[in-house]
Design a protein around this ligand. Structure first.
Ligand SMILES: Cc1ncc(COP(=O)(O)O)c(C=O)c1O
Length: 397
């Protein structure tokens, strides 16, 4: 057998089936409304694009320091200080090829085969798969929708055993849009701290949070955990730079340097041009972030009330990110002319066929009662998509 045991354990992406079908339909000229996207619909800001173009013109196209150019690390350090009052040194920062790589490196630097990594569920699709790729053991924790999908200290404590090494937190969350209040976070961190767990805090949506919520980074909420916690963030979501592939990790020197050792051998530096663009993104006037968030908030407010008016759908109000995660359990077993809705995957299939709206089924996030609706699209699209969904659902028997 040529393929490794690790790769054989990986789950194929359930969502690929739907997105491949949506792409096919678009190619056939069908007007598909796409609520499945995981990236902001805003453009990379002009000044950031110009910094990238300038880098190319200046022939800034060679290898750089593996863990990121010093001026970019300084800009990240300055952001963490200014925005979160956190103090990090250059040797405590590593820039990688997107936050996805940052998470993988943080796991690779710390997890031995067979060790457990706690992953609250619903989870971002890649967490359990990355843990498995490294021979670790993902231990999922069922969170409650009635508790806004926030993991409680008891839920965490019940899953810890002597093989547990780490916990991954995602605040605010993809796919649920929910976020921990500082008090909720403190209570969970107390348990993690007591059991000396390594904390990987994926805060990639930190800059997309809504008025009724105050975001705090894990290390701000509980400074005592700083020696065994890493913060993951990056340029992708806040600055609409998903394609530039810039993520970073801030954490204790021993872990960051171990991550660097791996990065040295695996990717070397993140793209030189992207680093220059990210330097501009992190250091320019940040007020546009607020304007973008206000736009997301308008869409969120519209979508929450519109989806909750559809019989059979029930959604919590997100505190951050750009996803709504309605519960669709009461639509299971309803019938349409071509069959029965047996799962959220079936429902997404039906809504794509019937309403020409692309959505992501909850199964991929470990939540088969829900679907994910991305509101990283225009208000016109949201209104038209909701109208189509409502009409297709009305026709279910
Ligand atoms: C929760 C979460 N973490 C990490 C990432 C990956 O970010 P990047 O594009 O910087 O690799 C995503 C992107 O979808 C995400 O939703």
């Amino acid at each position: 057998m040529i393929l490794s045991e690790f790769v054989n354990q990986l789950e194929p992406s359930l969502t690929l089936k739907i997105s491949a079908k949506a792409k096919d339909m678009k190619r056939q000229g069908i007007s598909v409304i796409d609520f499945s996207v995981g990236e902001p619909d805003f453009l990379t800001p002009d000044n950031v694009k110009s910094a990238g173009i300038e880098a190319i013109k200046q022939n800034y196209t060679k290898y750089t320091q593996s863990d990121g150019i010093p001026e970019l690390k300084q800009a990240i350090i300055a952001r963490l200080k200014e925005d979160d009052n956190l103090v990090y040194e250059p040797k405590e920062i590593i820039v990688s090829t997107g936050a996805k790589t940052s998470i993988y490196l943080a796991l690779a630097a710390t997890i031995n085969p067979g060790e457990g990594v706690i992953v609250p569920k619903p989870y971002w699709v890649s967490y359990p798969e990355q843990v498995k790729l490294l021979g670790g053991h993902p231990v999922t924790v069922d969170t409650k929708e009635s508790n806004n999908f926030v993991m409680t200290p008891d839920e965490l404590a019940q899953k810890i055993d002597d093989r547990t090494k780490a916990v991954i937190l995602n605040n605010p969350s993809n796919p649920t849009g929910s976020a921990y209040t500082p008090e909720q976070l403190y209570a969970v961190l107390q348990i993690a701290h007591k059991h000396k767990l390594f904390i990987i805090s994926d805060e990639i949506y930190s800059k997309i949070t809504y008025q009724d919520y105050v975001f705090k980074r894990v290390v701000s909420v509980m400074p005592e955990i700083k020696s065994h916690a890493v913060i993951i963030d990056g340029a992708s979501k806040a600055y609409s730079m998903t394609g530039w592939r810039i993520g970073y990790t801030a954490g204790p020197e021993n872990i960051i340097q171990a991550m660097k050792k791996i990065q040295d051998h695996v990717t070397s530096n993140p793209v030189s041009i992207s680093q220059k663009a990210a330097l501009e993104a992190f250091s320019c006037d940040q007020s546009f972030l607020n304007e973008r968030t206000m736009e997301f908030q308008k869409r969120r407010d519209y979508l929450v009330q519109a989806i909750n008016k559809i019989p059979g759908m029930k959604a919590n109000t997100p505190q951050g990110a750009f996803y709504l995660f309605p519960n669709v359990k009461s639509l299971i077993n309803r019938k349409h002319p071509n069959g029965t809705i047996r799962s959220s995957l079936d429902l997404c299939d039906y809504l794509l066929e019937k309403a020409h709206v692309a959505l992501v089924p909850g199964e991929g996030f470990g939540a088969s009662d829900n679907i994910r609706i991305s509101f990283a699209t225009s208000m016109d699209n949201l209104q038209e998509g909701v109208r189509r969904i409502a009409s297709a659902i009305e026709q279910l028997q």
